[in-house]
Design a protein around this ligand. Structure first.
Ligand code: NHW
Length: 422
């Protein structure tokens, strides 16, 4: 999911006014901000004007009613694939989890309502994040869930939402942001491609998510994509006692990459522990707890009790827009993972790391399958490219562009213009 918008490389009336690298600009000499930070009193104090009949509204995500309003807006109006067959359906629990990381600001949950009946018709959000981009560490906002009701599209409302959330971020003394989008705007710092590992092949065929290729039969496809019933490694769900060890492993593993979140213990607890839902596995449907949005599994060294490996999955279903038989595509996404094998001498070069990741992410497929997910998705980032083929992921048609606001850096490793991996 996520359209690749090649035609729109022309003028960008809004983006041309923003502190982002403009299309076609050469690589910067140094990494750093584009415009300097401002003292609080120089930040605009009044909200930006909205067209008449609309008003700003800070969403209180702790209020189940407002949580549901955001869910309803997104479930009918958020991102669709290119031929409008599937639309992301973030659950209310997922939005709770994603919008309330440690240190979140409620003012960054920005809504627009119709003044007369208070109906929520647009939304944009930010959450705080510490980023390391190459050698530099800075605080930023992660902007997501920009959504305008289908009936209000193409009226230049998006720039107003973006400016208002920018103002709210500035008011907290933060002047950088990170965001991703399927569309190409000025200017991606990296592009990734989606890959898909079929789990429930017959359903994926029925809903038109995949097709039987030439020289192949549905029966053979089903056989080929079978995953083992049980994991290879000695896995268990993450617990509170693992947080320190997982945080340490995560931090060390992420040194491999050029753009990463820097996580405190609270962040690790939030990202990997707090989305596990409540009750027993099975209460929220086969293989799931009630309200479960993430699965994090760890491997513990029995002697040292240190965590040697972990992986994490997040659950993001999509509405199937036209199927008479199935309403929802149950999808899991590969999230963060790490393994100690990366720090063994030569493991990167002699294939030991690749082999361990294959086993670890292979086990993630087993867990996803046990949770009755239909498909398991991953992007061409971190070490994913090394294992996608062997684990039978197929290339998707969606791309995801990564952006930084008010920060210059040269392009990061991603995929080239032909869609190959650099
Ligand atoms: S990407 C998902 C975005 N949401 C969707 O695709 C949902 C379905 N679509 C819609 O709701 C993840 C509308 O089509 C939206 C645009 C609202 C997308 N990012 O109002 P107009 C995110 O949420 C520019 C940035 O007429 P519309 C990340 C477009 O290029 N800009 O369009 C969000 C044009 O500007 P230009 C986008 O179709 C990151 C202008 O908007 C964009 O009615 C936000 C047209 O506006 C996109 N995805 O509404 C940036 N899509 O210059 C954060 C369109 O080209 C920046 N546009 O003329 C950082 C802020 C914080 C800084 C803190 C220091």
């Amino acid at each position: 999911i996520g359209g690749h918008n090649k035609k729109d490389m022309g003028a960008h009336k809004f983006w041309a006014t923003q502190p982002v690298p403009q299309l076609g600009e050469g690589p910067p000499l140094d990494d750093g901000y584009i415009e300097p930070s401002k003292p609080r009193e120089e930040v605009r104090q009044e909200p930006y004007p909205l067209p008449k009949d609309f008003e700003w509204s800070t969403l209180d995500i702790n209020d189940p009613k407002q949580n549901k309003e955001v869910y309803d807006l997104l479930s009918l109006n958020y991102v669709e694939d290119e031929d409008a067959s599937f639309r992301f359906q973030y659950s209310a629990e997922f939005l709770q989890w994603a919008l309330k990381p440690p240190g979140y600001f409620k003012e960054w949950h920005v809504g627009v309502r119709v003044s007369s009946n208070k109906k929520l018709v647009a939304f944009i959000s930010g959450v705080p994040i510490t980023l390391r981009v190459r050698g530099k560490v800075f605080t930023a906002s992660e902007i997501n869930y920009l959504c305008i009701h289908k009936k209000l599209r193409s009226k230049r409302l998006a720039p107003v939402l973006i400016k208002e959330v920018t103002r709210q971020v500035h008011l907290q003394g933060i002047f950088q942001a990170i965001y991703t989008a399927g569309v190409v705007i000025p200017t991606p710092i990296s592009v990734c491609r989606y890959y898909h590992r079929p789990l429930n092949v017959s359903k994926l065929l029925e809903v038109g998510f995949t097709f039987v290729p030439r020289n192949m039969t549905a029966a053979r496809m089903i056989r080929m994509n079978k995953v083992p019933d049980t994991p290879t490694l000695k896995l268990r769900p993450i617990q509170e006692k693992d947080v320190v060890s997982v945080a340490d492993l995560f931090t060390r593993y992420m040194r491999r990459f050029d753009m990463v979140p820097v996580m405190s213990l609270e962040d690790v607890r939030h990202q990997f522990l707090s989305g596990q839902g409540t009750g027993k596995i099975g209460d929220g449907g086969e293989g799931r707890r009630v309200g479960q949005v993430t699965w994090t599994y760890v491997v513990e060294n029995p002697e040292t009790h240190k965590i040697t490996d972990f992986f994490s999955i997040y659950y993001l279903p999509s509405t199937i827009i036209h199927s008479p038989k199935h309403a929802t595509l149950e999808a899991g996404y590969l999230y963060y993972y790490a393994t100690d094998v990366a720090f063994e001498d030569g493991a990167d070069d002699d294939g030991r790391l690749k082999k361990r990741l294959q086993t670890l992410i292979g086990d993630a497929l087993v867990i996803a399958n046990q949770a009755k997910l239909d498909v398991f998705n991953a992007l061409t980032l971190m070490d994913n490219v090394s294992i996608l083929k062997d684990l039978k992921f197929g290339v998707g048609d969606g791309f995801l562009n990564f952006y930084l606001y008010n920060w210059r850096t040269a392009k990061l490793a991603g995929i080239d213009d032909e869609g190959g991996v650099k």
